[in-house]
Design a protein around this ligand. Sequence first.
Ligand code: KG4
Ligand code: ZN
Length: 338
Amino acid sequence: MEDIITMAIESSCDETAVAIIKNGREVLTNIISTQIETHKKFGGVVPEVASRKHIENIDIVVEEALEEANMKFNDITHIAVTYGPGLVGALLVGLSYAKALAYTLGIPLVGVNHIEGHLSANYIAHKDLVPPFITLIVSGGHTHLVEVSDYGKYEILGKTRDDASGEAFDKIARAMGLGYPGGPIIDRLAKEGNREAIDFPRAYMDDGYDFSFSGLKSSVLNYLNAKKMKGEEIVVEDVAASFQEAVVEVLATKALKAAKDKGYDIITLSGGVASNSRLREKIVELASGTNIDVKYPPLVLCTDNAAMIGCAGYYNYIAGIRDDMSLNAVPNLKIGER
Ligand code: KG4
Ligand code: ZN
């Protein structure tokens, strides 16, 4: 059988990324041009700036990907592109570019859901991984607990009712003046702190599968304000460790509960927050002694990248999914929706 070569384009937030993937799971190249340095000075992603940067970068990143994979446009079987969810202006840059490429080359265009991309990162990292499994998708924009019954077949068991888990990390880091993005900084500081120092609340939501982080966020902000008012010292390492523990304990507990309730023996983690060292440790800890195996991708495949989009795009492609030039950006696209 002839190899299927996917060129994937991702521009939903602040990474301009292009990857070339062979037969769905073999990464030939995965180029990520991040705008973090640009957005750092604003304390978060500025949508207009993100779009402009994508326009500046996309040509260069595509060229670089072809060069690194030692390929020509003619070697590409189809184009996969993120069309949602994400920032509309940012999405449109990658999508317009992808349409132009597919049209000019006369090859199929396949739209990819960014969240489905995140969970597909595990297919690349674990070559033997096949559905069904439970997946916890935790990023700056999403917190979903999903049952994956087959490729492209998803049931959302639970999701956040307010902030995404990564958003909570970013907001708390900002409140402590630690910088952007907050997740990796808090993860690092937490290693030096005591996670039992402060008893922040855990929102278990009556044992269901939904999440909520706004109460925890308020509690941390109140703690910081009270300390400031009293002129007392804030031990940032302890706040970081205690806050992080409150987030990961709920995430890990609910993921494990879902796997047990539904009778699955694999849990995968994905998304930027899946890089969190304590989340990984906690969920492995909770799963030890059970028959549940926990899998997560390497750091580079957790945060936004195009390899994961290429993998999801490949499975869409072999399932016969094709898009045409009318494909539009869908900023609030849900998982499992087309
Ligand atoms: O998946 P991603 O790159 O973008 C979205 O699709 O949202 O995730 C970015 C998010 C940010 O909120 C960032 O703070 C968080 O992932 N993050 C982490 C860690 N690394 C990145 N959160 C906790 N611990 C980390 N080590
Ligand atoms: Zn993402």
